[in-house]
Design a binder for this molecule. Structure first.
Ligand SMILES: [Zn+2]
Length: 269
């Protein structure tokens, strides 16, 4: 039976029509990480309301279409340069025990956007919290200058004794996939309808680097994106005679193996 897992999709910005299409296409599980809502935050309360919405409302919306919905909570990279707001939000996230809530399977997205010290400060704080609490960390590579971001992350990891099995670095391309896999962490590939990665480039990456620890996602949000990217990639892989084991691994199994490490990921296929 063909089933899919989209480990990175911002359903907050999508309609129930999308849930309907995803469900028909065979997507059975999604993880929705915290993202930038499209305009700057003005208070800690907007973070709290957003996290609460993802924890309480989205799983109900998803299950009506037979889709299991899990969440990653964070102060995301684009929001991490505001002071003191970023620190206040992080404190609210920890004090409010959002990471202990049902179906919250990790901390993410965290990482870099512009790649600067302000972002790095919040990134490292959240990474250290993951280490202390033994939580999964979901890391966002910036749209520009990905190799520079990987280089900086490597320096951070080298000093921190982090559990690489509990780290996922997302939005990889041909420029970063080798470095990411060499680190020993899990690697995400985001497939978009235009620009960035398409299924053909994913196939080339899998042919070159294999399917271990790699997972495809749609990263669908407000912008030009497609919540069906995972099944579409699987379809194109079938057309191109890719091995069915590779297809299963990158469109379902690897995401499952990564996220099932969280004790709050309670779904079993
Ligand atoms: Zn995202």
């Amino acid at each position: 039976m063909t089933r899919y897992f989209d480990p990175h999709v911002h359903m907050y910005s999508r309609t129930t029509d999308d849930y309907e299409k995803m469900s028909i296409a065979g997507i059975e599980v999604v993880v929705q990480p915290s993202f930038w809502l499209g305009s700057p935050r003005t208070s800690v309360g907007t973070f709290i309301d957003y996290w609460e919405h993802m924890i309480s409302f989205e799983p109900k919306r998803a299950i009506e279409y037979g889709i299991q919905h899990y969440t990653c909570i964070s102060v995301n990279p684009k929001e991490s340069i505001q002071r003191p707001l970023a620190f206040d939000a992080m404190e609210a996230m920890i004090e409010g025990k959002f990471l202990d809530r049902e179906r919250v399977v990790g901390l993410g997205e965290i990482g870099y956007n512009l790649i600067n010290d302000l972002e790095e400060e919040i990134f490292v704080e959240q990474l250290n919290f993951c280490k202390k609490q033994d939580l999964l960390a979901m890391i966002h590579l910036p749209h520009n200058n990905k190799p520079e971001a990987i280089k900086k992350m490597k320096t951070i990891f080298d000093t921190g004794k982090y559990n690489y099995n509990k780290i996922l670095i997302d939005h990889n391309t041909e420029e970063t996939i080798k470095e990411t896999l060499d680190l020993g962490v899990w690697a995400g590939l985001s497939v978009y309808p235009v620009t960035k990665l398409n299924p053909k480039r994913v196939i080339n990456i899998i042919n070159q680097y294999g399917s271990d620890r790699v997972m495809v996602n749609s990263a669908a949000d407000w912008g030009v994106s497609d919540p069906l990217s995972v099944p579409l990639t699987a379809r194109d892989m079938r057309i191109n005679s890719c091995k069915s084991k590779d297809i299963e691994k990158i469109t379902f199994l690897n995401a499952y193996e990564f996220y099932r490490q969280s004790k709050r990921f309670d779904w079993k296929p």
